[in-house]
Write a protein that binds this ligand. Structure first.
Ligand code: FDP
Length: 314
C-alpha cells in the first residue's frame, strides 16, 4: 500500500484551508478577504451545478434581454449574475460591484458595506453555453479607501492595484484558479464533497509553449504586425517547428490551457473592434494578474496590460 499517496488523499487542502493559511501570513488581517472569497466560492458552486444540468433544467437559450454590449443574454448569464450579486452583497465585505452583465455599477446598501470592490463576468464565453463547451466566471478584487463615500471614479483603478483575481472554469471538471498576490493555485471541485480541493499548487506557466490561440477568422481585419506574428507561428523562419493552433472561443478555457501548457493567447484589436473585443475590467485585468503571478506576461500591444487605467466600467 502506498501510504504516502494515502496520506495525501486524506489530508485535503481545501480552498478555505488554503485561504486561511494565506490569511495567517498577514497578522493584521481580520479575515474580510477570506469571507469574501468564501462567498465567491459559493457562487461558483451554484453556477457549476446550474451549468451541469443546463440542458435538463431548460436553462439553455435566451432570456429575452440584451446586455451592455448589445449581446443577447442567455438564461444562464442572467441566473449567474443574480447569484453572484446576491452572494457578494450578503458577504458584507463589498461596497461596490461591477458586473459585465449590468450597465451600471451596484453600490451596496451602506448597512451591508465592506471595503472591497469586485469586478466580475459571471459567465464568460456564453456563446458556448448551448453546445456544452467550457465556460467560466472571472473576477478581480480591489480595495476601496473609504467605503462610505465610494464613487465610480474609485472603481476605475489600474489592474496593478488589484489584490486578488481568479476564474472558475465549468468544463470536464470544475476548476477554480486563484491568486491573492502570492502565486497562483488551482482547485478542482470534488462533487462528492462539495469542496474545491487543491489539485494544481503553485502554477507556473511553462517558459516556452508550442501553442498559439487566436480567432484567425478575424485575420483580414488585423494590423500588419499582428498578421506577421501569426504568420510566423505557422511558418517560422528560424528553423523551429510551427506552433499548433488551439482556439475554443471561451476565454477562461483558452487562458486555462495556456497557463498549464504554455504558449500565447491573443485577441488583437482590429478594424471591427479598434480597442479590442476583450473587456478590460472583467477579462483583461484578472487574467493578466494571474498570468503575471504565474510567471507569464500580458501586453495590450502598447504596454503592460495591468498598467492600463480604465476610463469607463464597460
Ligand atoms: P463570448 O463572446 O462567447 O462571451 O469576450 C467574450 C468572449 O466570449 C471570450 O470568452 C472569448 O475568448 C471571445 O469572446 C470569443 O470571441 P470570438 O467568438 O470573436 O472569437
Amino acid at each position: 500500500m502506498d501510504h504516502a499517496a494515502d496520506t495525501f488523499r486524506t489530508d485535503l487542502m481545501t480552498i478555505t484551508r488554503h485561504v486561511l493559511n494565506e490569511q495567517s501570513r498577514h497578522p493584521e488581517s481580520r479575515g474580510d478577504l477570506t469571507i469574501l472569497l468564501s462567498h465567491i466560492v459559493l457562487g461558483c458552486k451554484f453556477v457549476a451545478s446550474a451549468v451541469n444540468k443546463a440542458g435538463l433544467a431548460k436553462l439553455t437559450g435566451l432570456a429575452g434581454e440584451t446586455n451592455v454590449q448589445g449581446e443577447e443574454q442567455k438564461k444562464l448569464d442572467v441566473l449567474s449574475n443574480e447569484v453572484f450579486v446576491n452572494a457578494l452583497v450578503s458577504s458584507g465585505r463589498t461596497c461596490v460591484l461591477v458586473s459585465e452583465e449590468d450597465e451600471k455599477a451596484t453600490f451596496v446598501d451602506p448597512k451591508l458595506r465592506g471595503k472591497y470592490c469586485v469586478c466580475f463576468d459571471p459567465l464568460d464565453g456564453s456563446s458556448n453555453i448551448d453546445c456544452g463547451v467550457s465556460i467560466g466566471t472571472i473576477f478581480g478584487i480591489y480595495m476601496i479607501k473609504n467605503q462610505d463615500t465610494v464613487t465610480l471614479e474609485e472603481v476605475l483603478q489600474p489592474g496593478k492595484d488589484m489584490i486578488a483575481a481568479g476564474y472558475c472554469m465549468y468544463g470536464s471538471s470544475c476548476t477554480l484558479v486563484l491568486s491573492t498576490g502570492n502565486g497562483v493555485n488551482g482547485f478542482t471541485l470534488d462533487p462528492s464533497l462539495g469542496e474545491f480541493i487543491m489539485t494544481h499548487p503553485d502554477i507556473k506557466i511553462p517558459p516556452k509553449g508550442k501553442i498559439y490561440s487566436v480567432n484567425e477568422g478575424n485575420a483580414k481585419n488585423w494590423d500588419t504586425p499582428t498578421a506577421k506574428y501569426v504568420e510566423k507561428c505557422k511558418y517560422p523562419t528560424d528553423g523551429s517547428s510551427p506552433k499548433s493552433l488551439r482556439y475554443i472561443g471561451s476565454m477562461v478555457a483558452d487562458v486555462h490551457r495556456t497557463l498549464l501548457y504554455g504558449g500565447i493567447f491573443l485577441y488583437p484589436a482590429d478594424k471591427k473592434s479598434p480597442s479590442g473585443k476583450l473587456r478590460v475590467m472583467y477579462e483583461v485585468f484578472p487574467m493578466s494578474f494571474l498570468m503575471e503571478e504565474a510567471g507569464g506576461q500580458s501586453f495590450t500591444g502598447k504596454g503592460r496590460s495591468l498598467d492600463l487605467i480604465p476610463t469607463d466600467i464597460i
